[in-house]
Design a protein around this ligand. Structure first.
Ligand code: SIN
Length: 533
């Protein structure tokens, strides 16, 4: 180690402090493991806190609903690419996961014996439990952080993960981190779990917080793991339109508003989804987002309207949305709300099984960073918090099992610390926003790739900002390569040069891997395998 560096040891290092990371860390700690949670910002800076609608789960007390119905809705939303076996396992584990979260102290709306439910796009039943009206993620995050405090969980805040350390056989030996001043630290551990969240930072306008800069994709690729389905970026249909030329975080306007009766209208007053899908405004998210995008383009306007004035007690039921609206002078109870789609969720990610296991020994991933096969080409609303809870817990159990046998930490031979292409994130965001949104074509995707490459210089990332820029650059190339390879329209996106769905791609997931020379390789795998590449 060079001067100024420090080192510590743990059994498990968890990167990220959202629902998946904290769930895993708590479970592992209770199994007696020495756990260290690393987060580059403050612990509640991630996407979990911003989740509004709720957690989709079948608790057995809603007449006519069942886990099979939840699975059928998940499969229908996922455009043929959901791994049915993985989805069935995750959804069936949902009730226990939610019960466990309540035992940690999370309080949901409604009587404790029969929680309130709402509905969101693509769901055939009222099955979404929620907290604080539309502040579900904030309650989940609060409860898990409080439980972590009680359990004595160690959280290393303000440290960005720069590299997964691997040994001579390619297995994980720990994590390199850097503090705000770029000083390096080494966390020696036989197990690392990536729970770094999403990639909204690839786009100019996103519902994600600033920390969503694809860090986990980059860490995983450089450690030898494979990504899948990364072309499927889900655009939330209704992000608040706060004004022209105002990029950055766009406050979410939860789909649950439509579940409670709000309606979408264009600027002429016509329904946006009439005749588009039998479920109308409650069609799956990809359908509604595409319909809005088309209407905005056809009318040459910036937004459509969401009219929630007919929703009973709307301000009390949706206080978070009401506050965001009030900040731009809109009264949710009286005024229609200007909305448009914004980058929201990555349906693909690091290939894992339903225990979070990647193809790299010692590396697990859970939550939005991972691709278990639950979401396919388009995630069903409110399945993400559930997946984080279920797979976070299972990953911890799997790590505990893996570490129960004899283990040996080898001196890491590969820190993966070398100069890498780093592009200016503003250039990269402009390119992806222009060419890798809901509508895309081969020429635009290639031009975006060229623009990112032209804006890149080789640098050894040291600061958090440089580390994020390097991650965004690699992630942009991975997404653009996967998107270019999928010559059909499916799920979250419309290929304007291939407007039909192609049977050739019916069960094929795209994959992306990085070779030791830094070249990306795009392939395909059977989406139903679900297992680890
Ligand atoms: C929403 O509340 O509309 C978002 C929920 C989700 O992304 O699943």
């Amino acid at each position: 180690m060079s001067a100024g560096e420090w080192e510590t040891t743990a059994d498990l290092v968890v990167v990220g402090s959202g629902v998946a990371g904290l769930t895993a860390a708590l479970a592992a700690r209770r199994r007696g493991l020495r756990v260290l949670v690393v987060t580059k910002d403050v612990p509640d800076a991630g996407s979990t806190r911003w989740a509004q609608g709720g957690i989709a789960v079948v608790l057995g007390d809603v007449a006519g609903d069942s886990v099979d119905a939840h699975l059928a809705d998940t499969l229908a939303a996922g455009g043929g690419l959901v791994d049915a076996r993985a989805a069935a396992e995750i959804l069936a584990a949902g009730p226990r996961a939610v019960t466990g979260l309540r035992a940690e102290g999370a309080v949901f709306d409604g009587p404790a014996a029969r929680l309130a439910r709402t509905r969101e796009g693509g769901h055939s039943a009222l099955r979404v439990v929620h907290a604080g009206g539309d502040a579900t993620g904030a309650e989940v995050e609060r409860a898990l952080l409080a439980a972590g405090d009680r359990a004595g969980l160690t959280v290393l805040a303000g440290h960005a993960a720069s590299s997964v350390l691997t040994g001579p056989d390619g297995s994980v030996q720990g994590l390199e981190v850097r503090d705000a001043d770029g000083r390096a630290g080494r966390l020696a551990a036989p197990a690392v779990l990536l729970a770094t969240g999403g990639v909204g930072g690839l786009y100019e306008t996103t519902t994600n917080p600033d920390v969503a800069t694809a860090d986990g994709w980059a860490l995983a690729l450089r450690a030898g793991a494979t990504l899948a389905d990364v072309e499927f970026v889900q655009f939330h249909p209704t992000a608040l339109f706060t004004g022209r030329g105002r990029p950055g975080r766009a406050p979410l306007v939860t789909e649950a508003l439509r579940g409670e009766g709000a309606v979408l209208r264009d600027t002429t007053g016509a329904s946006v989804t009439a005749g588009v899908h039998p479920l109308g405004d409650l069609a799956p998210r990809d359908v509604v987002a595409t319909a809005i995008t088309r209407r905005i383009a056809a009318l040459g306007v910036d937004h459509v309207w969401l009219d929630a004035t007919g929703v009973p007690d709307v301000v009390a039921r949706f206080p978070t949305v009401a506050a965001s609206c009030a900040a731009i002078g809109v009264d949710l109870a009286r005024d229609p709300v200007p909305v448009r789609p914004a980058a929201h969720y990555s349906c693909g990610g690091v290939v894992t099984d339903t225990h979070g296991r990647t193809g790299v020994p010692g590396l697990w991933a859970a939550g939005e960073v991972a691709r278990t096969g639950l979401h396919g080409a388009n995630r069903l609303a409110s399945n993400s918090l559930l997946e984080g809870l279920v797979v976070g817990r299972r990953a911890a159990d799997d790590v505990a099992r893996a570490l129960a046998g004899p283990r040996r930490l080898a001196e890491p031979t590969e820190t993966h610390a070398r100069p890498v292409p780093v592009a200016d994130r503003a250039v990269l965001r402009a390119a992806l926003t222009r060419s890798a949104g809901i509508g895309r074509d081969a020429a635009g995707l290639a031009a975006a790739s060229d623009a990112v490459e032209a804006a890149s210089t080789l640098r050894l990332p040291v600061t958090r900002a440089e580390t994020e820029d390097a991650a965004l650059t690699l992630a942009a190339h991975a997404l653009l390569a996967a998107a270019g390879s999928r010559t059909e329209t499916r799920g979250c996106h419309v290929r304007t040069d291939h407007p039909a769905t192609d049977d050739h791609w019916q069960r094929a997931s795209s994959t992306v891997a990085l070779d030791p020379d830094g070249r990306l390789h795009v392939g395909t795998t059977d989406a139903r395998h679900g297992g680890v590449a």
